[in-house]
Design a protein around this ligand. Structure first.
Ligand SMILES: *Cc1c(COP(=O)(O)O)cnc(C)c1O
Length: 436
């Protein structure tokens, strides 16, 4: 499938007058259409709910858009819980799927009334000790071990993953929880990441539904929901066929009707915790070409770096690149597109065929709407960019300003860096990046 940017050079030139590059920009229309389609695909299940995985794009403005489509939040940390609470989510709107959880996070989750999804059997005692009670509803995360395969294709390796209960522990855990007064149970599993296949969710659902039937039969625990978690992927590469969410929803329905309905469990709610699928394709990192370098290879130097988008450096992930204004030019040049970190893995693309790039060109790096900005860090003292929202009416809203040096130094309590700078530099280091 051809990958087209949702911004043009003209629009970016206009935006850059107010908000200098680099910045992440999100496409409100795309986010809305996708959220609507997801909701429709699972509308056959009355209890269906998507809990947006906040870690993918922890921005309250984006969470509020998704909330309009009935999405709750899937949180896994203290600040993610705070964000969910701040956009008005509480109780059944919040899923708390964390691991190696600190006590204070369980306390906040319980205070918000979040549904807690336990990652380990030892957390039953830990949670009870922390709260002084066990919530009436609890979920347990399942890890079957081994490989997760579909046919002969190995999709992922749960046996090597730190998460979840073994099968035996699921049975033991449910028995213990039931004895201690838990009334509603959930099952959760995340067995393969970024699957670009309509078969993953139905296959996962089948495994979890079978487990649910066994668990309910053998322990008497009332299964209220099955949480299929994240893992529906997006086509980062142009040659990948995107998932069809309607086909996925129907596949899960088929498994539901074959396994749960005959077992008298037709009232089980389906939950999802999608992150990447919800916002990934609807974000671009926009950056400007500031250097060209011709040594043993051809380099294009841009004003963004791995701090703004870590996936290529961290996983060697492919992110498609559009040189704005040159969409129709032949890709007859080969470049490494690189940022300024003192790390040789700071490369957004390696040996990428692109049109001839010139200094001053704007580049859109695709599919940065999930696990993009949010994975950012501050290595080399680099600052995080702004986040912008391209609204349905074509206007652009700042939904997070860029960091300034002042933000970066804010945690040196008692060390007044601005006062200590040489007087002749004072007016240069305003702390306001936009003014520099
Ligand atoms: C990361 C994560 C998700 C979201 O995963 P995506 O690949 O973004 O869909 C959902 N649930 C849990 C527990 C996660 O850790």
């Amino acid at each position: 499938m051809e990958k087209k940017a949702f911004v043009t050079r003209q629009l970016v030139e206009e935006i850059a007058k107010t908000y200098p590059t680099p910045f992440h920009i999100y496409d409100e229309r795309g986010i809305r259409e996708n959220a609507r389609a997801l909701k429709e695909a699972f509308s056959w299940n009355p209890g269906y709910k998507e809990f947006f995985a906040v870690k993918a794009a922890p921005n309250p403005f984006l969470m509020e858009i998704l909330k309009e489509y009935g999405c709750g939040s899937d949180c896994s940390s203290y600040t993610e819980l705070m964000l969910a609470g701040a956009v008005g989510m509480k109780g059944e709107d919040i899923m708390f799927s964390s691991n190696e959880t600190p006590a204070e996070e369980y306390v906040l989750a319980a205070k918000l009334g979040a549904t807690i999804n336990l990652d380990d059997i030892t957390h039953i005692d830990f949670l009870e000790k922390t709260l002084g009670y066990l919530p009436k509803t609890l979920s347990c995360r399942f890890n079957p071990g081994g490989y997760f395969a579909m046919g002969t294709d190995i999709m992922d390796n749960p046996g090597d993953a730190k998460y979840g209960f073994t099968k035996e522990q699921m049975f033991e855990g449910f028995r213990i929880l039931k004895e201690r007064g838990v009334e509603r149970f959930g099952i959760h599993a995340f067995l393969a990441s970024n699957t670009v296949s309509n078969e993953y969710y139905p296959e996962l659902a089948r495994q979890l539904f079978e487990l649910a039937v066994e668990l309910q039969r053998e322990t008497g625990a009332k299964i209220a929901f099955v949480n299929l978690s994240g893992g529906i992927g997006i086509p980062y590469r142009p040659d990948q066929e995107p998932n069809d969410i309607r086909v996925i929803g129907e596949g899960v329905r088929k498994a539901f009707e074959e396994i749960l309905t005959p077992a008298g469990m037709g009232d089980v709610a389906i939950y999802t915790e999608l992150g990447r699928y919800m916002t990934g394709p609807f974000g671009h990192l926009v950056t400007k070409v500031i250097h060209e370098k011709h040594i043993h290879k051809e380099y294009v130097g841009v004003d963004a770096c791995a701090v703004n988008l870590m996936r290529p450096a961290m996983y060697g992930a492919y992110h498609h690149i559009t040189v704005l204004g040159k969409e129709d030019a032949p890709c007859d040049h080969t470049y490494d597109v690189v940022g300024s970190l003192c790390e040789n893995n700071d490369k957004f693309a390696i040996d990428r065929a692109l049109p001839k790039v010139e200094i001053g060109d704007y580049i859109a790096i695709h599919d940065t709407g999930a696990h993009g900005f949010s994975m950012g860090y501050n290595y080399n003292g680099k600052l995080k960019s702004a986040e912008l929202l391209l609204k349905e009416d074509g206007s652009v809203e700042l939904i997070r300003r860029a960091e300034t040096p002042k933000d970066y130094f804010a945690t040196f309590d008692g060390f007044e860096i601005y006062d200590r700078m040489f007087p002749e530099c004072q007016d240069t280091v305003t702390g306001n990046r936009a003014e520099m």
